[in-house]
Structure formats: C-alpha cells, structure tokens
Design a protein around this ligand. Structure first.
Ligand SMILES: [Zn+2]
Length: 333
C-alpha cells in the first residue's frame, strides 16, 4: 500500500464510523493522532473538509429521531390545536399549549389563546401550521411534531392523530402528504450517502409499492422521483462535503436539502393520512431503512417485499409492522 493509499484508507475507515484508535490499530499507526493526520492529509489532497465527525459510541446507541408533518384539509387549525392539547394531556405530557403558526412561523397566532402570542420551540413542541398547498383561510394545514424517538414517540404520535381525527370536518385528500424527517446527525458523510444510495436502489421495487399510485414516479409535483443524475449528484456531494447540497430540489420523494438546515433527510413520498397505524408503520419502516443503510448491510437486503423480511431478520423492524406493510403493498398493487 502506498502512503497515499494508506491515507485514503484511514479516511475511508473514518467515514464509515471507526474510532481513530481502531483505525490506528488496523493500519499500523502508532497512535490516534497518526491516524487522524493521515485521514486529514487525504481530505486535504481531495479538497474535502476535514472529518471531525465522532463515530457513534458502542453501547450508547439511541433510537433514531424522527419528526412528522401531517397535512389535513377543512378543519380549523385552532380546533386541531385544541385537540392536540387534549391528546398531550391524556398522556401527561410536559407540553400543555399547542400553538397555531403561520408557515414556518415561530409565534402563536391562535385566536383567543391565553398564551399571548408566545414564541415556540419547534424542536420540543407540537404545533399546527398554515400550509400553502392545503390551507384555505383558517382551515387546513399541517400538524408538525417536535423531535420524537422510539416507542414513546410513536405513542404520542398515535394519540395526537387519534384526537385530531375527531375534530369537526377534518379530512385528508389527494392534495395532502405525510412528510417524515429522519435524524441523520449520528451518521458520517459516507453513511448518509449510503441512505441515498439505498433509497435509489429500493425506490421503484420496494418503496413505491407501499405508496398510493398517485405519489409514485413523477405523478406528484411535491414528491417527484429523483432522476438518476440527481441521485448521483447527491451521493457525490454528500460524500465530498459530508453535508449534501442545499441547492438541490426539495420536492422529491427523498429531500436531501433538509440536512444542512436540520440535520435530517426528509421523506416526502407518503400520502396524507390520519390513520395512526398506517403512519406509524411507515415511520417504523423508515427508521429501519435508515438504520440499515447506516450499518452498510446493503448487499444483504434484496428489493421488493423480500426487503421487509430481510429488515425483520436483521432485527430492525417487528413482524407486525412487516405484516401490515405487506398487506398494504398487496392492496395497492
Ligand atoms: Zn397560543
């Protein structure tokens, strides 16, 4: 191995999440600093940013974070906020006030709300937002979750959906989407690029069949299937900078522009729904899919329904969710 190859190998090991100590041991450097210097030399030679990403630490793995945006029509946003407050109260949640905000707004504009137009914390609080594509006056919008994770997160999401569903006139139609943000700050650039690579591999045969036909391919302008060129460009940009490209189009089935802003990749493909089982199954699939892509097990998972079995065998998704998703795929065929 030449010196350059050694430097490149150190960098590559770092990208897939090895510790500096582990890289030093594998490549024969005397210590961590030798491994770090080698990786950074390679990064410099290629014009890449230095890699200071800390690899995930064994034994301290937390469930992947997620956030949801549930679009709805016809119901008053103020009424939906009240329903969410009831859902949160039923769980004894710390959040007792649910704001209604403008699109990407930060302060509550709910009528007669006793909060006095309080500024909200979007990472920690549920809110109801106006949304250009589904709002009509005070009616319609999206329920935006805070950062959620694990079983506890799905439990809150379920309660919120069940309460929202009981609001007068609330409905979901073909204009509505369900957007899911998956936290990817725990990933290195190569791992994040691998999520894109896996999405590309599974888009048509695994993912599309779980989604209504009108949101596959290029049927819907808000969740277009990326072109092969786009997929390629994203992968290269993310591998190069570790961040991905803010200038890309966001209205794709997979939106990579959310990473520089929020540390997430956003999946926009699913149709709007106020069916808690359906929404939670999709979220669980996505968490499993992202975890799998991060772990670089890509050669083990075939496309199609077999992907669900493989993810289950890898222990990333439970059998009930797999059964549900398979039934849905068959029903949508
Ligand atoms: Zn308020």
């Amino acid at each position: 191995m030449t010196t350059n190859q050694l430097h490149q190998q150190a960098w590559q090991f770092r990208q897939i999440g090895l510790s500096w100590a582990e890289i030093a041991m594998r490549l024969g450097f005397r210590g961590e600093s030798g491994a770090r210097t080698a990786a950074n030399r390679y990064a410099e030679s290629q014009g890449f940013a230095h890699d200071y990403v800390h690899p995930p630490q064994a034994g301290r793995r937390k469930n992947r974070t997620f956030g949801t945006e549930l679009e709805f029509i016809d119901a008053k946003r103020d009424d939906v906020a009240v329903a969410i407050e009831q859902a949160l109260a039923s769980l004894g949640s710390a959040q007792t006030h649910v704001a209604v905000v403008e699109y990407h707004g930060k302060t509550c504009i709910r009528r007669n709300c006793n909060c006095g137009g309080i500024r909200i914390n979007g990472k920690k609080e549920w809110r109801v937002e106006r949304d250009g594509s589904v709002s009509n006056g005070e009616h319609g919008g999206e329920i935006v979750s805070p950062i959620l994770r694990g079983k506890e997160g799905l439990k809150v999401l379920t309660a919120v959906i069940k309460h929202a569903k009981m609001v007068d006139d609330i409905a979901v139609d073909r204009r509505c989407g369900l957007h899911v943000h998956l936290g990817t700050s725990d990933m290195t650039g190569l791992q994040r690029a691998n999520v894109v690579r896996q999405w590309w591999k599974h888009q048509i045969e695994t993912i599309d069949p779980m989604i209504v036909k009108r949101r596959r391919n290029r049927e819907n302008q808000y969740c277009f299937r990326p072109s092969d060129d786009e997929f390629n460009n994203w992968i290269q940009a993310i591998e190069r900078s570790g961040r991905g490209a803010g200038y890309q189009e966001r209205t794709r089935s997979l939106n990579v522009t959310s990473f520089p802003k929020y540390g997430t990749l956003e999946v926009r493909q699913h149709e709007g729904s106020l069916n808690a089982t359906k929404v939670c199954a999709w979220v669980q699939f996505l968490v499993a899919f992202f975890d799998h892509a991060k772990a670089m097990e890509h050669d083990e998972v075939p496309v199609g329904l077999a992907a669900l079995d493989a993810l289950q065998q890898l222990g990333r998704i439970d059998v009930e969710t797999v059964t549900y998703l398979k039934q849905r795929t068959v029903a949508l065929a």
